[in-house]
Design a protein around this ligand. Structure first.
Ligand code: ADP
Ligand code: MG
Length: 873
């Protein structure tokens, strides 16, 4: 993954155009990666000089060439310097003129030291930052954007040179220097002053490989650091900038003996404690010399009466100016301090942002009212270059958000296109699906179920792989739809795999299969991790003989020895536990053509999110409840009113009903949570001595779980206490009460799914949410559940409260690689970007048309690490 500098630079040599000083460059590039740092820097200098000369020469010749077909280079500053520069001019002539740099508004411009290490140098216009030539170098030559490999590997590997007559070595279209996006995409980070090999490696690990990547590592927010506060007035919980002197610095030990570096600073009004948990002791001791004056930026926390900051940013007084003003805040890059990262990115933005070429065609920009991309990127990194009254956020956001969403949707659209051409299976059942459904189901389908089956069976009939998401609230009847689909495929002579995320859910599906599939004479088996060897062997044999129509199971189905005679359909329950890779493995389970895939999710996903996550799937929604459902009443209880919950359970038990009590399980303190549940079981047993009370938790063996579940299903247990959510994925119509303990620790959608487990039968369900902490906030948050029974409304609220990552079970924020777009706030932009991206992909899926060359290059740059997904589907 980590690529060296040499292959990147070697890419420059691929273009054998007249101006390229190949003979000069080759020896410079060779062995570059192995050189010690000073020599490497010197070499890079020399390389950049040579490239400057080439750029100066090449641009002149290229303007008339292909620039017309690539569209107007609007976003660029006029490049008279480059164009007018004589061929082989000295490097200086090719430099970006100071006038082309953004204006500045801060006093740092007065910086007297041009040293690149001073913060002043990071201010774009602050200076002839450039005693070092590299510091003011313009982006260098452009290369064809289409072949990303060619940029990153040696030319000989990337593209064999055609041995034709004529101009034998002009094998690729000449891209003028004006398509600077490509130039920036080639400029390695080591060429930037202040980026050494180690830093470059850290950046590369985060996908920042070139100057263009760095420009699009956009801030995720801004901090106003313009006011310097007195320590006496700082407020816990808020960001503060203080100027203070070091009073004391020492290496200490924290809890569990972990080293802590502590520094006390004072400004005459009070003292502040600074603490680090990750640090190099030696450099810390050197940095925090007694009496040294520092500018300190960080979020204030209270530690008893003491005010402290953890991992604050430090500017030593010796430096000309601290990072005051409006500071962009970036997602962390491991190994690079935030301050250093900001300096690097701002430096790059000041020098190169102007040269970003706009990949979005003018027609789209006009239609969507998009502002200039180069300026948007520049302002995002350098909010201080904003004109008075401009809001750093809104002025640039719209443009950057659109681009991010557009390219994301474009990837999905292209992936969908790619999937569409994969050969699939066409299933031709002996009779129409409605007849099959009638024969197998004891009820009439809802309108939504029928619509879903219409769409599914249409997909099944066409000879391309189905990739459909069946989305619906708990109890909306997805399983019934799945069973009919499996039966349709079976009647067409092929097999179906049904994959569930847990054993209990798999067992649940197997039980449903028993009911429905048997009604039409179809065979099925259950295969999980705990299936006995003997049974397993028999199942595999029957599967291979085509004696089985349906195999229900867990991930065990994806294992090697499981081979279907003729897999036609894979039904995957709960997509977010099954990745793209698993879908690919499924494909290997089928002979030849790809099986159809139906993904079912019980997490109602708001449309915005669905467009993002499942944008490459077709979607069917079950938005109608089967008839005869009794509504669920949900109430929130304070901890001290828990006895009310017991009263409700009591009443239900008296009527012969059953109840669930669910405890949240937080990984970090599993033992503690389990303890709470165990205590609760004892409590509940004391309270209901005449009824069985069972406990279900993740540490039980599969058989133990199964026997607890059986006992609950059979009614032998009146109350089931469970520590985990998943294990409650069961269908016991007689259970009517659900008590959720510490409800504030669950997500809204999670609780919504949980409560769907009660009120499944003829009797009304009640869900009681016991709030154990978190105060007013959690109460308000949970109130949505009291108000509505609609899973989509709940999910919308959840999305607003917790963000998309949590909702989908991916813990990381910034899921889907979206840095600036906010799926709640930017819905309109998402819809627009999606429409445009899908229209483009329909028109030119390969993006091979000349006018789409820039879009293609940018699409590949942005999603190059996800390209495998396009191939895999
Ligand atoms: P989901 O999988 O979406 O949670 P299920 O398919 O398990 O929902 O359906 C929940 C319950 O409703 C099951 O007991 C099922 O048999 C029943 N059911 C499904 N569809 C209908 C229908 N159209 N009419 C009546 N009952 C239905
Ligand atoms: Mg098909």
């Amino acid at each position: 993954m980590v690529r060296g500098l040499e292959p990147l630079l070697a890419g420059f040599l691929a273009g054998p155009e007249p101006g390229v000083p190949r003979a000069e460059l080759s020896p410079l590039v060779e062995g570059l990666d192995r050189l010690p740092l000073p020599e490497k820097k010197a070499r890079i200098e020399a390389i950049l000089s040579a490239l400057d000369r080439w750029a100066a020469g090449a641009s002149g010749g290229a303007v008339s060439g292909s620039s017309a077909s690539l569209g107007p280079a609007r976003a660029l500053p006029p490049s008279p310097v480059l164009a007018a520069a004589p061929r082989c001019s000295p490097p200086a002539a090719a430099r970006l003129p100071a006038a082309a740099r953004p204006p500045i508004s801060r006093a740092s411009a007065a910086a007297s030291s041009p040293a690149a290490s001073s913060p002043a140098a990071s201010r774009p216009a602050s200076a002839p930052a450039a005693s070092s030539p590299a510091a003011s170098r313009p982006p260098t030559p452009a290369r064809p954007p289409a072949k990303k490999k060619a940029q990153l590997t040696l030319p000989s590997e990337a593209e064999p040179k055609p041995k034709t007559r004529g101009a034998p070595r002009r094998s690729r279209a000449r891209v003028p220097i004006e398509t600077a996006g490509a130039g920036l995409a080639l400029l390695p980070l080591e060429a930037i002053e202040g980026v050494g090999p180690a830093t470059a490696r850290h950046l590369r690990d985060h996908g920042i490989e070139t100057v263009l990547d760095a420009l699009f590592w956009l801030p995720r927010g801004y901090e106003d650091r313009s006011t310097i506060s007195k320590i006496a007035t700082v407020v816990p919980g808020e960001l503060a900038v203080v100027r203070a002197r070091v009073l004391h610095a020492a290496l200490g030990r924290g809890a569990k003996g972990r080293p802590i570096f502590e520094v006390a600073v004072g400004d005459g009004t009070g003292t502040l404690s600074l603490r680090w948990f990750r640090f190099h002791a030696d450099s810390m001791k050197r940095r925090f010399v007694r009496d040294r004056e520092l500018t300190i930026t960080g979020t204030v926390t209270a530690w008893g009466a003491m005010r402290q900051m953890v991992h604050p940013e430090i500017d030593s007084g010796a430096e000309e100016s601290a990072d005051l003003g409006i500071a962009p805040i970036y997602s962390e890059v491991d190994g690079v301090r935030p301050k250093q990262l900001r300096k690097i990115l701002q430096d790059i933005a000041g020098r190169f942002a102007k040269r970003i070429e706009d990949p979005i065609p003018l027609s789209l920009r006009t239609k969507r009212g998009l502002s200039d991309l180069a300026r948007a990127v520049e302002k995002a990194h350098l909010p201080e270059t904003l004109d008075a009254g401009e809001d750093p956020d809104e002025a640039v956001r719209h443009r950057l958000v659109y681009d991010e969403l557009f390219f994301f949707q474009l990837m999905l659209a292209r992936r969908k296109k790619a999937l569409a051409v994969i050969p699939g299976l066409s299933h031709a059942p002996r009779r129409p699906w409605r007849e099959i459904a009638q024969a197998m189901l004891p009820f009439e389908l809802t309108g939504a179920q029928a619509r879903a089956l219409d769409a599914i069976t249409k997909d099944l009939a066409t000879p391309r792989p189905m990739n459909r998401l069946l989305q619906g609230d708990v109890g909306s009847g997805k399983t019934a739809v799945a069973m009919v689909s499996a039966a349709v495929v079976a009647e067409a002579g092929r097999q179906t795999a049904i994959l569930a995320p847990t054993e209990i859910l798999a067992e649940q599906h197997a039980a449903t299969s028993a009911r429905f599939l048997s009604a039409v004479g179809l065979s099925y088996a259950l295969l999980t991790g705990s299936t006995k060897q003997k049974d397993r062997r028999e199942i595999l044999a029957r599967l291979a003989n085509k004696e089985l129509d349906v195999l229900v199971g867990t991930h065990a189905i994806l294992e090697d020895p499981v081979l279907f005679a003729d897999l036609g359909l894979a039904i995957v329950d709960e997509q977010h536990r099954f990745g793209v890779e698993q879908r690919a493995v499924l494909r290997t389970k089928a002979k030849g053509a790809a099986p159809d895939v139906l993904v079912m999710t019980a997490t109602p996903i708001p449309r915005t999110l669905a467009l993002t996550v499942y944008g490459d799937l077709d979607v069917s929604i079950l938005n109608e409840r089967p008839p005869g459902r009794t509504p669920i009443t949900t109430r929130i209880l304070k901890e001290r009113d828990r006895s009310e919950a017991f009263d409700v359970i009591d009443a239900a038990l008296a009527q012969g009903r059953q109840a669930y009590v669910v405890f949240p399980l937080v990984e970090a303190s599993e033992a503690l949570d389990l303890g709470a549940a165990t205590d609760a079981v004892l409590d509940i047993r004391r309270r209901f001595p005449k009824h069985g009370v069972g406990l279900l938790h993740g540490r039980l063996k599969a058989e133990e779980k199964a026997s607890v579940m059986d006992a609950f299903r059979s009614g032998a247990l009146g109350v089931l206490v469970s520590t985990t959510v998943i294990e409650v994925g069961v269908d016991v119509p007689n259970a009517t009460i659900m008590v959720v303990e510490n409800a504030e620790r669950f997500g809204l959608s999670q609780i919504h799914q949980l409560r769907g487990r009660v009120g499944r039968g003829a009797h009304a369900g009640t869900c009681l949410l016991v709030v154990g902490g978190g105060g007013q906030d959690s109460w308000q948050k949970l109130a949505v559940l009291e108000r509505t029974d609609d899973g989509f409304l709940v999910a919308e609220a959840d999305l607003e409260i917790r963000g998309p990552g949590e909702l989908l079970g991916t813990k990381q924020s910034g899921a889907f690689g979206l840095a600036v777009a906010d799926l709640v706030r930017d819905r309109a932009a998402l819809e627009a970007a999606r429409e445009d991206a899908f229209a483009l992909a329909a028109e030119d899926p390969e993006l091979t048309r000349p006018e789409h060359a820039k879009i293609r290059a940018e699409a590949e740059r942005r999603h190059r690490h996800e390209h495998a997904l396009i191939d895999v589907g």
